[in-house]
Write a protein that binds this ligand. Structure first.
Ligand code: HEC
Length: 108
């Protein structure tokens, strides 16, 4: 029980810290809590999460666009429209933006 509580506190502090540091630049790091067979919780920090989400959600209606097709400035309004279409939650959208930011075309 103590272990579970400390893991939950850890997750919350990561989330709170994340929320403060994430106001301007989207980050590609997220927290997933997974229940394993022992009913303990493992925290998985995955920098690939944005890419995974992008590849899983953004190629369903049309071909997957290359992140380098657009600059990050161009991606922002596109993502505002497409995140709704792809039904992304806040974290998923931030993670995809982080992935796109790292791989977008250079700004003109
Ligand atoms: C429910 C279907 C659907 C999903 C899911 C979807 N798109 Fe689209 N997307 C469209 C349609 C329809 C268009 C073209 C018409 C429009 O712009 O609304 C489009 C157009 C685009 C374009 C072309 C540029 C532009 O301004 O129109 C890009 C880039 C794009 N989508 C990226 C994405 C990304 C990134 C995701 C994942 C977050 C995504 N799409 C998920 C339906 C979808």
């Amino acid at each position: 029980m103590i272990k579970l509580i400390s893991v939950l506190i850890f997750i919350f502090s990561v989330l709170i810290f994340g929320a403060c540091s994430r106001k301007i630049t989207p980050t590609k790091t997220t927290v997933e809590a997974k229940e394993n067979s022992d009913k303990n919780y493992t925290v998985v920090l995955s920098s690939r999460y944005g890419k995974e989400t992008y590849e899983a959600k953004c190629g369903n209606c049309h071909n997957l666009n290359k992140p380098s097709n657009y600059t990050f400035t161009e991606w922002n309004p596109i993502m505002d429209r497409m995140a709704k279409k792809a039904d992304l939650d806040y974290l998923q959208k931030q993670n995809v933006l982080g992935y796109l930011k790292d791989n977008a075309k250079a700004e003109k």
